[in-house]
Design a protein around this ligand. Structure first.
Ligand code: BES
Ligand code: ZN
Ligand code: ZN
Length: 490
């Protein structure tokens, strides 16, 4: 997606189509009363709902000939993701009828949305709208070139240009990582993820290192080793470092669950829907996308990304229910269910994070089906040991167009994870509050005194069916929030 900015008004543009946002059923075109009037009349005539991410193409209005309307719903319920998704949906609707070059306004006057947030969200949304995962489609066409011009004066042109170039870098990182995240388990092996991360690090100036099986053994990372034991693929813990422009600042560590395929292991999952577990690497994928964005945007704060990578398979060497192992921090764990593997790989990674003396740790994981029961596909759960950190991340999520809902972590939940024959067990005794007890398990491996937040992205990491704003596949949920959070640190 080629993005550009011009001070000349929308009415002067001759692109294939103008994208016009619609809120409360009204076109957001305050600078163009005549055009507004024409569009409003057509909205009335056609009965276009204007619901969020709904689109309509109106031919034969204005100089361009085509207007793609993109609904934002009602102003009372506005959220940033609606804007990003509406922009995406508009481009997808246009693309379907062969439109490639779009223009839109620089500022739509949506409530409290600043000019730069508007430009960033729309640019990112339209770029995502052009993406589809076609790596395995034979006879596919070359990826087509699309463009979007923001037309009209900006209050602060330099800030607008900056937001646009940042959005361009962010989109590049999101889309290239999506191509990895969407690969199935036979393609995206732990080794392939490592090679990909190493190449990306080299291209963007990050430092790459990885612990292989022998090194993990030496460091007594037996929790992640137990997960990989049934697989022909070795586990890895990958670390990517961004130095930051403030050498005095302590780093933040972000850790991603990266299970390249989760069969459940000996506690085998039912067959129905098991193929979705190729997306069980999406915590790690969000970390990769975030680090790539950070490397390009160069914020002050140093950032360390860690990926706990393994494949969870049944096999002759696989961990059995009842097995007891000792994790990196010395705590012993009864593995009562081999399908609760995400927390095992994260346990060692969290404990290894201590060496970086982090200011904060955030982990992202497609950790529990229970998270989908609780929150559906609308929001991720956030749970941690520091309510201020949670609040900051939720706020960053609101600005970045990703919704989080905080769940509690109480002593009762910690008790639920205590083992009968070992310090801990990897599933709760009560069988309740699955998302919280998953986090309670993780809390045992967080370095003492470190602010920590856990994001359960099980319901938000991928789309199972086509939506107006996206094809099915990985969403990289979490990456946008992490970057928003890191950029906001001083
Ligand atoms: N990867 C799954 C969680 C998951 C399920 C994510 C469905 C997205 C969609 C995870 O490893 C898992 O299997 N968790 C178990 C935990 C249980 C055994 C305590 C679950 O959620 O059932
Ligand atoms: Zn599992
Ligand atoms: Zn899993």
């Amino acid at each position: 997606m080629k993005l550009s900015l011009t001070a000349r008004p929308l009415e002067t543009r001759t692109q294939d189509a103008w994208i016009v946002f619609v809120q409360n059923k009204k076109p957001l075109l305050s600078g163009s009363p005549e055009l507004s009037r024409q569009i409003s009349a057509r909205i009335k005539k056609t009965g276009f709902s204007g619901d969020y991410a709904q689109t309509a193409v109106f031919p034969n209005i204005g100089k361009s000939g085509n207007i793609v309307l993109a609904g934002l719903g009602d102003s009372n319920h506005f959220r940033m993701e609606y804007l990003e998704r509406a922009a995406s949906a508009a481009v997808r609707a246009g693309k379907n009828i062969g439109l490639k070059n779009f223009a839109t306004v620089t500022e739509a006057g949506i409530g409290k949305v600043s000019e730069t947030s508007f430009v960033r969200a729309v640019a990112r949304g339209t770029a995502w709208g052009t993406y589809s995962f076609d790596t395995f489609k034979t006879g596919k066409k070359k990826r087509e070139a699309f463009s979007l011009t923001f037309a009209g004066p900006c209050e602060n042109a330099a800030a607008c240009r900056n937001a646009l170039s940042e959005a361009e870098l962010e989109s590049r990182a999101l889309i290239s990582t999506a191509d990895l995240a969407n690969l199935p388990g036979n393609e995206a092996t732990p080794q392939k993820v490592a090679t990909w991360a190493q190449k990306m690090a080299k291209e963007t100036g990050l430092t790459y290192s990885a612990l292989n099986k022998a090194e993990l053994k030496k460091k007594k990372c037996n929790a992640i080793l137990a997960v990989a034991a049934g697989s022909a693929q070795d586990a890895k813990i990958i670390t990517l470092k961004y130095k930051g422009t403030n050498p005095k600042a302590k780093p933040v560590v972000i850790i991603g669950k990266t299970i390249t395929f989760d069969s459940g292991g000996i506690s085998l999952k039912p067959g129905k829907g098991m193929s979705w577990m190729l997306y069980d690497k999406c915590g790690g994928m969000a970390v990769l996308a975030a680090l790539q964005m950070v490397a390009l945007l160069k914020p002050e704060t140093p950032v360390i990304g860690m990926l706990a990578v393994a494949e969870n398979m049944p096999g002759g060497n696989a961990a059995r229910p009842g097995d007891i192992i000792k994790a990196h921090n010395g705590k012993t764990i009864e593995i009562l269910n081999t399908d609760a593997e995400g927390r095992m790989v994260l346990a060692d990674a969290l404990s290894l994070a201590q060496q970086h003396k982090p200011a904060a740790i955030v982990d992202l994981a497609t950790l529990t089906g229970a998270c989908i029961v609780a929150l559906g596909h609308t929001a991720a759960a956030i749970i941690g040991n520091d309510s201020k950190l949670n609040a900051t991340l939720i706020k960053a999520g609101d600005a970045a167009g990703e919704r989080f809902w905080e769940l509690p972590l109480w002593p009762e939940h910690m008790d639920d994870m205590k083992g009968t024959f070992a310090d801990l067990q990897n599933i709760g005794k009560s069988g309740t509050a699955g998302t919280i007890t998953g986090a309670a398990f993780l809390a045992n491996f967080v370095p003492e005194g470190t602010p920590w937040a856990h994001m359960d992205i099980a319901g938000t990491a991928w789309e199972e069916s086509s939506k107006p704003w996206t094809d099915p596949g990985a969403t990289l949920f979490g990456a946008r929030t992490l970057v928003e959070w890191i950029k906001g640190m001083k």
